[in-house]
Write a new protein. Structure first.
Length: 172
């Protein structure tokens, strides 16, 4: 990643305008995001200027449940967030594979001011990922997705934001 490629990528708001699949869901989740004050304060207190790249696709349920909150946090604290398509950016995706083999999304990559990568998060909060790869695999996909959606609704992106802040905190 370099500054030119980063700046050519759409902002989250621009990405939202291009979303085709699950359009109403994307916009609805984005409109309903409410950030915990303590996470905004923690993020705002972190030194440095951070650039985030989210790798996503509009069909991804995990992305629609996490990226609107990441975008809102970035907006609140002055971080720059851009969104790139997984399928159009295999070079970037293939260096951020889940367990070294899966092109799971979303992925949020954190860069410093000079676009040095400091770490990345994805494709879902650790607790949920553990459940999906364990107990969740025994369920039929439609049932598993219902449980995942309930988890996201209850968590309200708190765990996602805490984990991404952990990536930034390690660099400071």
């Amino acid at each position: 990643m370099d500054r030119k490629r980063f700046q050519a990528a759409p902002t989250f708001e621009e990405y939202l305008e291009t979303v085709d699949r699950n359009r109403d869901l994307w916009h609805g989740v984005h409109e309903r995001v409410r950030l915990p004050d303590e996470l905004v304060e923690e993020a705002g207190a972190l030194p440095g200027s951070w650039n985030l790249v989210a790798i996503s696709e509009d069909w991804c349920g995990d992305a629609v449940n996490t990226l609107p909150a990441v975008a809102r946090l970035a907006q609140e604290v002055g971080w720059d967030l851009r969104v790139l398509s997984r399928d159009d950016n295999p070079d970037l995706m293939d260096t951020h594979l889940t367990n070294g083999r899966s092109r799971s999304i979303p992925v949020v990559i954190v860069y410093d001011e000079e676009f040095n990568e400091i770490g990345w998060w994805g494709p879902r909060p650790g607790e949920l990922q553990e459940w999906v790869l364990g107990e969740g695999l025994a369920m039929p996909s439609p049932e598993r997705y219902k449980v995942v959606r309930r988890w996201y609704a209850k968590d309200r992106a708190r765990t996602t934001l805490q984990e991404i802040l952990g990536v930034v905190r390690k660099a400071t």
